[in-house]
Ligand binder design. Structure first.
Ligand SMILES: Cc1cc2nc3c(=O)[nH]c(=O)nc-3n(C[C@H](O)[C@H](O)[C@H](O)COP(=O)(O)OP(=O)(O)OC[C@H]3O[C@@H](n4cnc5c(N)ncnc54)[C@H](O)[C@@H]3O)c2cc1C
Length: 476
């Protein structure tokens, strides 16, 4: 099955059982750690990756494989925080990150990776005006290929009236996410990196020029340590783990849906909504892969199968009941400011984490920046310096994060329901007016002129936005 574990790629695990001296020691074999390992090994460094469980054990082995430009933080917030020029540079790095994944994710390098093009971001509310502004900003200021899809187009491709406008990214793509993380490990090994699994790092001493790492059965010395442990880093630098709010996200794949699926959805790329509630796409021709619920504590993913099946039915009622054949989940590390943690904490001690829900392109940027800084002196990682390490609030933060997340998702869902209600009332009003006009036509009478109710000004005729008047853009 697509996205299923790749037996061929999972090699026998080797635990570190002897002392070792390397240039770069990396803690964690997820997307973040493995990308640094691959890049540093390609540039000629001796590299050891120490993984407490196994390659892709957490989020990296359980993601949906959608590769988009950008970050978890909306562009407008980035501009407000660091200004237009730096935002442009960060945005351009995010596109480079996506292209880095594309360059690795070829059938020749990662057999079965199944890259396919195009992703659609849909809106839960009617937001045509905002869409035009967004398209202009992305297209003109940030040189990103985007198309604006009108409501009709969105609904022709996704046969549901749940969503309104859409932004289509033709250059975004999707891959088999699990194959990618194992493929990265294979490429890193081929480039000379050594990956040790079942090897938790229990402590580090980063004070000297040569840094020390302790694992249960061996010690390491390295000139650089890269912390890529995400929320599970723990003992080696607990204060760092505490700058991340852990959020568990759950996903599922349905049993084959046959012809039913073609009646519900013809779009082949990934679909995400602007509020971060749903994320789905078709896999294996007739199954739906769907990520939706989140918690701030670990739970058994099977628990969420009924909720995901219900969610699918809410969005695509014509599918009827769907059977879930597999569920999984992983924890992402959410930072307080919404941007990843990429940089040097002290001489020779590096961090790459906090990638949230968008880890593929962002961990790729981090891997390249860190390896190039260590080996070539490239200082571009400093673009991320304004996003300092902020304590995420410990267990109180988790509860607050959950409540805020629930509230955000609840209010988005409510706004979506309201927008769909308004749309239904407008349609009914149009039908009523058409019937009235037809009745008047048959009776040979003119329709009565409707006056605005007393005290209410006569409504202005709405003007299309300037860009639509001049025929710019395809969008709303
Ligand atoms: C359901 C789901 C769907 C997603 N879909 C997408 C998507 O479509 N597109 C996208 O871009 N992103 C997606 N993401 C987000 C993405 O998966 C993450 O941002 C990314 O995987 C984070 O990678 P990481 O390497 O930082 O962390 P992790 O994957 O958590 O890897 C960290 C590793 O470090 C190890 N480790 C920790 N501490 C130690 C220690 N002390 N010693 C040794 N080893 C240690 C852990 O065992 C772990 O294997 C999704 C996430 C989930 C959960």
């Amino acid at each position: 099955m697509t996205n299923g574990p790749d037996a061929a790629a999972i090699t026998e695990r080797s635990r570190l059982s002897f002392d070792l001296d390397v240039d770069i020691a990396i803690v964690g074999a997820g997307l973040a750690g493995l990308t640094v390992a691959l890049e540093a090994a390609r540039l000629g460094a001796s590299v050891a990756v120490l993984e407490g469980r196994h390659v892709g054990w957490n989020a990296s082995g359980h993601q949906l494989g959608t590769v988009m430009p950008g970050y978890g933080l909306p562009i407008s917030d980035l501009i407000a925080r660091i200004g237009f020029e730096d935002t442009r540079e960060l945005w351009s790095l995010s596109k480079e990150g996506a292209e880095y994944v594309r360059a690795n994710a070829t059938e020749a390098l990662m057999p079965g990776i199944a890259l396919s093009e195009g992703a659609l971001e849909v809106s839960n509310v009617e937001a045509g005006d905002q869409l035009i502004a967004r398209l202009q900003m992305l297209g003109e200021d940030f040189e990103t290929e985007v198309e604006g899809w009108q409501v009709d187009r969105v609904r022709a491709e996704l046969k549901t009236d749940h969503y309104f406008h859409g932004v289509y990214y033709p250059k975004a793509f999707q891959i088999d996410g699990r194959k990618y993380v194992h493929g990265l490990a294979a490429l890193a090994r081929r480039a000379g990196a050594r990956i040790f699994e079942d090897t938790p790092v229990v402590s580090i001493d980063s004070s000297g020029i040569r840094k020390r790492i302790v694992t249960p059965s061996a010690r390491l010395r390295a000139s650089h340590i890269v912390l890529a442990g995400n929320i599970h880093l723990g003992a080696p630098l607990r204060r760092l783990s505490e700058t991340l709010l852990p959020v568990w996200r759950y996903a599922a794949v349905t049993a084959p849906l046959g012809e039913r699926l073609a009646d519900a959805m013809t779009f082949k790329g990934s679909v995400t909504d602007t509020d971060g509630i749903d994320h789905f796409r078709v896999v294996d021709g007739d199954r739906l892969m769907w990520a939706s619920p989140e918690t701030t504590w670990a739970a058994r993913p099977e628990r969420f199968a009924p909720a995901i099946a219900r969610r699918i039915r809410t969005i695509f009622p014509r599918l009827g009941r769907v059977e879930i054949s597999e569920t999984w989940g992983g924890a992402v590390g959410q930072t307080v400011h919404g941007m990843p943690q990429i940089g040097q904490l002290r001489r020779g001690l590096w961090v790459t984490s906090g990638f949230g829900r968008q880890g593929l392109n962002t961990s790729a940027i981090a891997g390249q920046l860190i390896a190039r800084s260590i080996l070539w002196g490239d200082e571009r990682w400093r673009l991320f310096s304004p996003f300092e390490l902020v304590w995420a609030g410990g267990s109180t933060g988790r509860v607050a994060g959950y409540v805020i997340g629930m509230w955000g998702r609840g209010s988005s869902a409510a706004a979506g329901a309201l927008a769909r209600y308004r749309e239904r009332s407008r349609t009914q009003e149009r039908i009523r007016e058409a019937r009235l006009a037809e009745a008047n036509r048959q009776a040979g009478t003119k329709p009565p002129r409707r006056r605005p109710p007393p005290g209410r000004p006569r409504p202005e005729r709405p003007q299309p936005p300037a860009s639509a008047r001049s025929g710019e853009g395809e969008g709303a």
